[in-house]
Design a binder for this molecule. Structure first.
Ligand code: C2O
Length: 587
């Protein structure tokens, strides 16, 4: 196994889209950042050089980090931040995982521009893929284009402002021709293909919010992996992907040579109370053949399919690209079916003896400003703030010392700020609770909530079941729930309220998909099982940045073992040591 080395220089560069020059924080001047390509079993060493004005950490999303929690990259959970003009080398091994993962900054909102692919190939190269060997592999990273000061957006949200939007949507950093600057279409991503060849698309949703539907006109996908775990080949014309998820899919260039739009459309349940901007973006799949065959092929294709021509394209009619028929932007059911159709490629040994059961209600709540116990909740934005919750508790980071450090050195300094994540909601959930806050033009009911450093402790090896239940409080949002340091068996998912009496019988204990990010459907639930076997402290949170910023998170502490080969070693010698413990490290 090799050591794959990278240097990531984080800095601010100017990029211009939509007629506006914007200062963006990126790695090595690129958006998306560099891809890390490894063979399963390799070690990775990334020297992070922070030339930005922000505190930075990088998280290796989905990497199991076995006995290596120090490298997980969550500020105030696993490490002190890397300050401006400081460096740190992240070192980790990639073992027992194959497919696509990604890396991103884990400081508020900056993952919008600090991210890239992490590609893990099997040990014997493409011949050992459990599917037909692709001719070419391409990352397809769906991202957002923001023209706001992102760390400022986080501060505003924590102070109760809710409506912030990206200015555009990207595929591999390009906005595409549905966005334009003074009437001139933005450049979109183009994938050149050769007729008959097979392409492995490594699809990542790196956006801060919204699930997306991805389609390529005239082509099907065969999904072969999700979250770097192989799935039974699943052929579909649409991929549904939430922030944090990754999907590997084969596409065969078997259509009549021509040009085909690749469209990414955000899907979201209709929100009666807000006007969310439309962020569909499109790139192009373009057959590389001599011109006359493109022309003839495309014309033949149009007449054969009666295809709808793209209205915006004023070009010659023999050069018109075919656009896919997209699902409705409020269609959440297609996403539910896509996710329900994934099964693990192999039969798995799912542990049957469950030690702990958590039922986690995902919602929005309100807390009083200034920590008052009573306030006019929600009625007056000056008195209360909206927070996102699990079982009515909203997470906040400790400020003095990262949790991992406190856990490893057995210091008691954090205990005051901590609260145990409850097993289940403290009372029956009741949407008629009258705590209202203005949310857009309407008011929605919010649960009275509290804010704390929410933790849950597990003994090493505990088998944990979690049911995530989304609620009407979330106004139509799904919730991609991500667990660090462990994969989860996704046992079942459903719409409506979870009902143990009948839903446990539906659990797939044979070939459930294995995920690091589980999409909890809008007004539905997802049931997962995982083995808490990796000692350390692991963040568990919604991968919508808004929900995370507002507190939909908790930290799982997995106790260390006394056996040397399953216990956490000390931190690396060059671990960031920033700041005395009486300093507020979040500032
Ligand atoms: Cu991809 Cu905690 O995040």
């Amino acid at each position: 196994a090799a050591v794959v080395e990278h240097t990531f220089v984080v800095s601010q560069v100017k990029m211009t889209h939509l007629c506006k020059e914007t200062l963006v924080t990126v790695v090595n001047g690129q958006l998306p950042g560099p891809a890390i390509e490894v063979t399963e079993g390799d070690s990775v060493a990334v020297l992070l050089v922070n030339k930005s004005p922000y505190n930075i950490t990088i998280h290796w999303h989905g990497v199991k980090q076995w006995l290596n929690c120090w490298a997980d990259g969550v500020p105030m959970v696993t490490q002190r931040p890397i300050l401006p003009n400081h460096n740190f080398t992240y070192r980790f091994n990639v073992v027992g995982q194959e497919g696509t993962l990604w890396w991103h900054a884990h400081v508020p909102f900056l993952r919008a521009t600090l991210h890239g692919a992490l590609i893990i190939r099997p040990r014997h190269g493409a011949i050992s893929y459990p599917f037909p060997k692709p001719d070419t592999e391409v990352p397809i990273i769906r991202g957002d284009w923001w023209q706001l000061d992102l760390p400022q957006v986080d501060r505003s949200m924590k102070n109760g402002s809710l409506d912030f939007y990206a200015s555009g949507s990207t595929i591999n950093g390009k906005l595409g021709d549905l966005f334009n600057c003074s009437g001139v279409p933005e450049v979109g991503y183009v994938l050149d293909v050769v007729p008959g060849k097979t392409y492995l698309l490594r699809v990542i949703n790196a956006g801060l919010f919204s699930e997306f539907y991805l389609k390529i006109a005239g082509h099907n996908f065969t999904v072969v992996a999700a979250d770097a775990n192989y799935v039974s080949p699943y052929t579909t014309d649409v991929i549904a992907i939430a922030p944090g998820e990754t999907v590997d899919a084969l596409v065969v260039a078997n259509a009549t040579p021509g040009r085909y739009y690749m469209v990414a459309l955000p899907n979201q349940a209709p929100r009666p109370d807000t006007q969310t901007p439309e962020f569909t973006t499109r790139g192009m799949v373009q057959y590389r053949v001599n011109h006359s065959s493109i022309t003839n092929g495309a014309a033949a294709l149009r007449s054969r399919r009666g295809a709808k021509e793209d209205e915006n394209d004023e070009g010659p009619s023999d050069d018109v690209a075919l656009a896919p028929q997209m699902p409705d932007k409020h269609d959440t059911v297609t996403s539910f079916y896509f996710h329900s159709n994934l099964t693990s490629l192999h039969h798995l040994t799912v542990p049957q003896q469950v030690d702990e059961n958590l039922f986690l209600v995902l919602g929005l709540g309100s807390i009083c400003r200034n920590g008052q116990q009573s306030c006019k909740r929600g009625g007056n934005i000056n008195e209360s703030i909206v927070v996102a919750t699990m079982n009515s508790v909203s997470y906040q980071h400790p400020t003095k010392m990262p949790l991992l450090e406190a856990q490893y050195y057995h210091t008691g300094v954090l205990l005051d700020a901590m609260q145990e994540l409850p097993d289940g909601p403290s009372r029956a959930f009741n949407f008629t609770d009258k705590a209202f806050i203005p949310y857009g033009p309407k008011e929605i009911p919010l649960e009275p909530s509290s804010k704390a450093t929410v933790v849950r402790r597990f003994r090493q090896g505990a088998v944990v079941d979690m049911v995530f239940q989304s609620t009407a409080l979330l106004q139509g949002d799904s919730n991609p729930m991500h667990l660090h340091g462990h994969n989860m068996f996704l046992l079942a998912q459903g719409l409506g309220n979870y009902n143990a009496a009948k839903d446990v019988a539906r659990y797939n204990l044979v070939n459930p998909p294995v995920k690091n990010t589980v999409l909890v459907p809008n007004l539905g639930w997802a049931a997962v099982r995982f083995v808490a076997n990796n000692p350390g402290v692991w963040f568990m949170h919604c991968h919508y940045e808004f929900h995370l910023s507002m507190g939909m998170a908790a930290v799982f502490i997995v106790d260390d073992s006394t056996t040397a080969d399953t216990s956490l070693p000390p931190p690396p010698a060059d671990f960031p040591t920033c700041c005395a413990n009486d300093h507020n490290l979040l500032q």
